[in-house]
Every structure is written in C-alpha cells, then in structure tokens.
Design a protein around this ligand. Structure first.
Ligand code: PLP
Length: 407
C-alpha cells in the first residue's frame, strides 16, 4: 500500500463535488436524477465582451506567462472597481494578487499566515473548503454555529466567545455559501466592534466577497474593508466565477493593504502555479471595463425570481424551516424535524441525519442535494437555485414528495 503524506491525510475531499459525481454516475446508469441543484455555479453564460476578449487574447498573443502576481491592468481595474462600488481604495502595485480562482486566494492567505497552534474562526454552516484549507496549514478551525432562527447571521456575542489569544483569522463569507445570508452594514459594524476590543486586536478578517454582486431586496453589499478601522485588518477574496459566470476561467484575487501578507501570498503563488491564466486575465479586464452593470442586472434579477419561487415552495412544505436568503444563489432549509423522529422510508432506509436524507432522496426520489453535514450543519440541506426554473420546480416537487412519504 503506497504511503501518502501526513499533509494530505489532514483533509477530506470536497463533499459537494462527491454528491455531484454520484448524481452524474447514477444518471450515466440511466436513472432520472435532478443534478443541477448540487453545483455552485450560475446557469447563464459569461457576458459577450468577456467571450470576445478570449478570442482577442488568443489572436494577439496574450498566451504567455504573466507576472506572478498578475497583469497590472487587471489589478488596476480591480482597484477602480472596489473604489467605485465599495468605497475601498487599494493600490494596484502593492495590494492585489491575481489568483487561479478564489480557492487559491484563500489558500495563499491561510497558508501564508497560519501554523500549528493557531486558530481560525469559521462560522457554520460554512463553505466546505474553509476548514479543510485551515487544517492543511496545521491550524485549528474553530467552528461557531449560526442559527436558522437568526437568519444565519453571526452575532457579536458568538464571535466574542469563539475568539482567543491564538485566533489568527475570522473567515467571513458574505453573502454566504451555503446559506445565502448577507450582512447589513449594522451587522458588520457589530462584529467589527468586537474585533476593536483591545484583547482582539491581533485578529485578521478574511472576507470572502465572491458573491457580493448577488444581493436582493435592495440590500447593498458592504465590504468588510469599508467598515471603520477594519481596512488594515481585512483581506478580501473576490473573483469572476459567480458574478460574471466565469467559473471555468479560474480567475480571482486576494487584496490587502498589509504588504507582508501580500508578499507571502505572492511567494506561495510563485511556487504553486506561476500565475493565473493569461487568457483569463485578459477576459477579466474586459469584464471589469467593458461590461456595464446594466448588462448584469437582468441576469441577477432572474436569480431573484428563482429565489422567490424556491423559498416560497420550500416554506410551503410542512415542518421545513426556511430563512430567506438575501444574497448568493443558495438556500439552506432546516429539515431537522425529518431527522429527529426515527422515520423510515418505504424502501426501509432509516433517516437520522442529513446524509441519510440525501442518500434516500437521490436513490428513491431522483433528487441530488448536498447534505448539511458537509457544511458543518447536520440539520439542513443546500439547494443551489442557479438552475433552469423547470429543474427547480422538479427538484422541489421531488423534495416535497420525499419528505411527505416519511410522515
Ligand atoms: N468562496 C466561496 C464561498 C465559494 O462558494 C467559492 C466557489 O464555490 C469560492 C470561494 C471559489 O470560487 P472559485 O475558485 O471558482 O473562484
């Protein structure tokens, strides 16, 4: 048996990817499975200027290594974008690293800062990769539960209780995958007030803002870096995967005014992948300079319509508790009632966890969903509603039928 490294032994594979792979395999075997609500990507195409830029990049020789940290023009476009929309001013030359996707930006920040003995506060339900990347660094994820009854917003009290002299980073995902919860400025201010307390001044914030363009109900996303006193202590992760539907481009960035952090992240990138794809970077410049907000808003409006339809359908199912997500394209209903009653399916499956429920739903009702256990919240399941309306309708109908069969 080949001996593998302790490094790789510290982590689990992505459970959301596993769910998707199982669903595709069952489909391949000829089963009728709704798979589209498992994946976290928009169902629209990148805007036309982005696609045109891909062709232009290829034709004009933008096909070589770029500087390790990315092209200056892209960094400048990012700085202008954050200044315009968020009121936060970064310097292109010093404060921005272009990465091969947001996952790598998170990886560079966490691996650049954390060691064994350090702690990183991760509010749950969390995006599956946060605790795993923290574990890779040797640090310990400190999981803080957030409640559906509080719309999954992290409270200042719960944050305070999770912090310690060993805390290096608080990871804040806003808007959040998997809950869709989005913080108001006042809620962010409440968290910042805790971080300003003298005993917590050593704590940094990794603000994952990758869904920031996707907010609803007139809620304007505020960057954590724009909260008074937080600019110096905040690292931003953002990218092109979600707002511009550019998941396959693998293009994102890390930004911080702390030059020590940025040089550590750059050093990691220099040994990891040399630079993000040149073609993607060229397309990223087009996204930020040639795609007006008006071109994107109708796409986001469609997501809001889908959110409204799925939330109202889920809320209509007996005993399902479904907070209204105000951002991203996820909804994370609490189905604990169905997990706590010792229910058995007609096919004889005992249902006592979200994993049991999701195995039952995929096998008996042809619906693939990632179970909440994967997100540190064993009472729920995640729906990604960036899918065709017909798929959403089918998914909700099957979900309802599956739950009602248990009653
Ligand atoms: N952060 C969150 C919260 C995400 O949901 C994702 C993707 O699912 C990412 C970061 C990483 O996105 P990418 O690596 O495609 O840029």
């Amino acid at each position: 048996k080949t001996r593998l490294s302790r490094f790789v032994g510290r982590i689990q594979p992505s459970k959301t990817s596993e769910t998707h792979a199982l669903a595709l395999e069952l489909q391949r075997q000829g089963r009728d499975i709704v798979t589209t609500l498992t994946v976290g990507e928009p169902d629209f195409d990148p805007p036309q200027p982005v696609l045109d830029a891909v062709v232009e990049a290829a034709k004009t020789g933008k096909t070589r290594y770029t500087p390790v940290g990315g092209w200056y023009e892209l960094k400048e476009a990012i700085c202008n974008d954050y200044a315009r929309r968020k009121g936060v001013q970064y310097e292109a030359g010093k404060h921005v690293l272009i990465t091969h996707g947001g996952k790598q930006a998170l990886f560079c920040a966490i691996m650049g800062l954390c060691d064994a003995g350090d702690e990183v506060v991760v509010p749950a339900p969390y995006w599956v990769s946060y605790p795993e990347i923290v574990r890779l660094s040797g640090a310990k994820p400190i999981i803080v539960d957030r409640q559906p009854s509080k719309d999954y917003i992290l409270s200042p009290e719960d944050l305070r209780a999770a912090l310690s002299p060993r805390t290096r980073i608080l990871i804040l995902c806003n808007p959040c995958n998997p809950t869709g919860c989005t913080y108001t400025e006042a809620e962010l201010e409440g968290l910042a007030a805790v971080l300003r307390e003298p005993q917590f001044r050593h704590v940094l914030v990794l603000s994952d803002e990758i869904y920031e363009r996707l907010t609803y109900d007139g809620l304007e996303h505020k960057s954590f870096a724009s909260i008074p006193g937080m600019f110096e202590r905040t690292m931003i992760v953002n990218g092109f995967s979600k707002g511009y539907a550019m998941t396959g481009f693998r293009l994102a960035y890390l930004a911080s005014p702390d030059e020590r952090i940025m040089s550590a992240a750059l050093k990691l990138q220099s040994q990891l992948n040399s630079c993000a794809s040149s073609i993607s970077q060229f397309a990223g410049i087009a996204a930020l300079t040639q795609v007006p907000d008006e071109m994107l808003v109708p796409l986001y409006d469609q997501l809001r319509v889908k959110r409204d339809s799925i939330v109202s359908a889920l809320r209509d199912i007996p005993h399902v508790v479904c907070p209204v997500p105000r951002g991203a394209f996820y909804v994370f209903p609490d189905v604990s009632y169905y997990l706590s009653k010792g229910f058995k399916s007609k096919s004889g499956r005992a249902i006592s966890s979200a994993t049991d429920l999701c195995s039952y739903l995929i096998q008996d009702h042809g619906l693939a969903l990632p179970p909440g256990d994967a997100f540190g919240a064993a009472y729920g399941v995640r729906f990604s509603y960036a899918a065709a309306q017909s798929e959403i309708d089918k998914a909700v109908t099957r979900f309802r039928a599956g739950l009602e069969e248990l009653l």
